[in-house]
Ligand binder design. Structure first.
Ligand SMILES: C[S@@+](CC[C@H](N)C(=O)[O-])C[C@H]1O[C@@H](n2cnc3c(N)ncnc32)[C@H](O)[C@@H]1O
Length: 266
């Protein structure tokens, strides 16, 4: 991979997905995209990039994006956020006569984050009827397909608290766990690029966008934070990853600690 190839890859993924590729990722990019070159029988990165530039292969453009996303996730990752959700969002909701809740998992990867939200909601609401919907989005179509399949490796569920784990359904081979239908039915999976216009019209009581913006430039992060804030109901919460922040003060959001932010009430 020449310097020029790397620069073209970096420019393209920044433009398409907002992802900033740093020089130290070069070896990883080389190995991930080499698989695409082999799949297409191409002998050089230059030929591959020329193929993408020609614009006649939208499926390969998607493969290119899928190859360059980082998808690490797990059930109950950063577990304090689910404890916060339970205490500050679900507990008050369970007191209402017609509970209604809208949550967005933005950058859901293979689905463990929305699954954890659904499981927490199921445990918190018990058998009480509630209108709870979780929108789970990502731009990586491979990850979304895995998320929609709704199966998680059983060994990765071993550490989650028993009161949530008890709802999980074990596969016959015992290698996978899945959500019970009542929790799975709360989640809708959609392909969505955060950089593009968002089709949702209603507001959300909580937005999880964790470990997604770390890959973006400062202006992209700032623009997204404004858009998330505008989409939250007053008093709604924005959950970011442990190394992320709203970049200083924000007129509409107040910090609640542990990378949780609350939309101010008028
Ligand atoms: C590290 S995973 C985070 C998964 C989960 N939120 C968590 O914290 O465990 C980051 C996800 O962000 C997605 N992503 C990256 N750029 C995106 C974009 N422009 N629009 C939507 N999703 C994006 C990637 O595909 C990836 O699945």
């Amino acid at each position: 991979m020449t310097d020029r190839d790397f620069a073209r890859i970096a420019e393209r993924i920044a433009r398409m997905a907002g992802i900033v590729l740093e020089e130290h990722k070069r070896q990883m990019i080389h190995s991930r995209l080499s698989r695409r070159l082999r799949a297409l029988g191409m002998g050089s990165f230059t030929a591959y990039l020329d193929h993408l530039d020609a614009g006649r292969d939208p499926a390969e453009l998607q493969e290119f994006v899928n190859s360059l996303t980082t998808n690490l996730t797990s059930l109950y990752r950063e577990a304090h956020h689910f404890a916060h959700l339970e205490k500050h969002v679900l507990a008050p909701l369970s007191q209402q006569t017609a509970p209604r809740l809208r949550i967005w998992s933005a950058g859901c990867s293979s689905g463990e984050e929305p699954a954890s939200i659904a499981l927490t909601a199921l445990e918190a609401m018990g058998n009480a009827p509630a209108d709870i919907r979780i929108l789970a989005t990502d731009l990586d179509t491979g990850m979304l397909a895995r998320a929609a399949a709704g199966q998680y490796p059983a060994d990765r569920a071993a550490d989650i608290p028993q009161r949530f784990a008890r709802h999980l359904v074990r596969s016959e081979c015992r290698r996978f766990v899945s959500l019970p239908p009542a929790a799975q039915g709360m989640i809708a999976y959609r392909c969505l690029n955060l950089l593009e216009p968002w089709p949702m019209t209603g507001r959300f009581d909580a937005v999880f966008c964790r470990n997604v913006m770390i890959y973006f430039s400062q202006p992209t992060k700032a623009a997204l934070i404004d858009r998330f804030a505008a989409l939250l109901t007053p008093g709604g919460y924005l959950y970011l990853g442990h190394s992320e922040s709203i970049l200083g003060q924000h007129g509409d959001l107040e910090a609640c600690g542990e990378t949780v932010y609350r939309r101010r009430t008028p």
